[in-house]
Design a protein around this ligand. Sequence first.
Ligand SMILES: *Cc1c(COP(=O)(O)O)cnc(C)c1O
Length: 425
Amino acid sequence: MRTQKNERSFKDAVKVMPGGVNSPVRAFKAVGAAPIFIDKAKDAYLYDVDGNRYIDYCMSWGPMILGHANKAVLDEVKKTMAKGTSYGVPTTIETDLAKVITGAIESVQKVRFVSSGTEAVMTAIRLARAATGKDKIIKFVGGYHGHVDHMLVSAGSGALTLGMPSSPGVPKDFTKHTLLARYNDLDSVKNIFKKYSGKIAAVIIEPVAGNMGVIPAKKDFLKGLRVLCTKNKSILIFDEVITGFRLGFGSIQKKVGVKADLTCLGKIIGGGFPIGAVGGRASIMNNLSPQGPVYQAGTLSGNPVCVAAGLATLKILKVQKPYTALERRTKHLCAQITQTLNKAGVEHTINQVGSMFTLFFTAGPVTDYDSALKSDTKKFAKYFKHMLNAGIYLPPSQFEANFLSTKHTDAHIKRTIEVLKKIKL
Ligand SMILES: *Cc1c(COP(=O)(O)O)cnc(C)c1O
């Protein structure tokens, strides 16, 4: 189905860009295929340069909750763009977006806008260290918080040791303050707090993991983290770059009954444009320059086009309240996938939270990085290619989240299941 233009585009791209892509997982390496090149997108569909159409379950890795090329968002962007695209001077719409976010997330009284989720995390950690006067950060094995040096750490076997960098180019000295705990394992966190008593600046967690495949944190686990952080005067950072405005209007914090000290946002709040934000209590946020001494800056931070797209997206989400319908549709899709795979005798587990889900090829349960790694990635690669060739685009790695948008309909689900039924694993 993929034809000449895609192949030519990839050959051209690898000559001038490492791997032919600007973000690694786009290269399809995990599934042993060549990437498709996209010409345009609309609603739930991607169209490649050869004119093939795909039902998209990646949705740009999460931001496009209203579907691609939403008309109301585009209209707002065009209107804003016509007035200039960057001033380097404040605008009132930055305040508007900040008001929407602080109004939607109780624990966020003030925000700082940046240009990516990575920057939001960088800033949150700098703030946490400054506010506590401590250096060490606890993160979870398999948790992704952008590509900042000291977060690029995974323990391999999951040993609870000093973090070793998981990328060349990251000095060991840069990650020596990063400590690894196990997701959904409160004892692993308690042990670190005991061992490094008085030294932990923050615990950072995705409250629903999206970057080892979808894995929800247990409520008691999150509540336990809250208690530990409060007791030890450490900052609890929720990395909600994916979950913010994805699982409800605002944060997951209300649903799980846990208030984070700092919240990282991105993806949906930019409506498909580059943005990130860190927010929290005023007493912590006021440490940021120019109000406080913690330096952080960005030439294009709070860019009017990005802010306008985010504002338009959040306005629609607030009025439409699509979350119940999104969840119902996602549950329906997952139930159909399970039914189909059960009939075919394929061992699997589906983790689903709201409009995000991951299909793992293991009997499960999948509750942390180690259990996610039990998934048969060869089967995943076969599944991915089968779906792609039939016009269904999935995130090209086992350890990613699939997303539905408000433009995914029962007809798309029906088509997806028809395709899945023909699979031979
Ligand atoms: C995507 C993501 C990031 C990084 O955001 P970028 O905009 O890609 O820098 C950070 N944390 C989580 C949980 C993410 O999913």
